[in-house]
Design a protein around this ligand. Sequence first.
Ligand code: FES
Ligand code: FES
Length: 196
Amino acid sequence: MTPPTGFKDHRAASAQGAAPANPDRAERSRFSLTVNGQERTLDVDHRTTLLDALREHLHLTGTKKGCDHGQCGACTVTVNGRRMNSCLSLAVMHEGDEIRTIEGIGTPDNLDPMQAAFLQHDAFQCGYCTPGQICSAKAVIEEIREGIPSHVTGDLTAGLEMSDAEIRERMSGNICRCGAYSNILAAITAVAEERG
Ligand code: FES
Ligand code: FES
């Protein structure tokens, strides 16, 4: 039978004396990255997303899988300080990177100010979107402080304000099926104001 175009026929390669590629190793890599301040080593298939590497290989299940298609923001983590949908990025691309997940942001006994504000402002119901919301919210405050413009930023020479419109726009990639948006906005605004 003629193999389809692009299909590597290992039997033909062997018959010609070439060693067939090891199908188990050819598509894997071993590499290290830093997760929540700790160096971790992964040995994963190249097709493994950062989200699956965190959840299935490193057992950090705080980061959630909502859509697995870059549409909900439940999987948001930060990579070298910038937020990212971890379901859209391959783990193997992150050798040497610094990843921070919700497990690296406060603890139940020592909450991060953003976590405390979410509690205080009742900014969640089921909580499924919350790890992603919190990772995103912390990064949003930094983005505005650094003057990184968004779609709703008007005069780029006037400096950025921590306005409701800026926060809403920047959080628009984090979907909450429970509809806690107004309380999420209140929590983020409270943290931004606390920090002055
Ligand atoms: S799970 Fe990544 S954006 Fe929805
Ligand atoms: S709190 Fe339920 S999805 Fe946001």
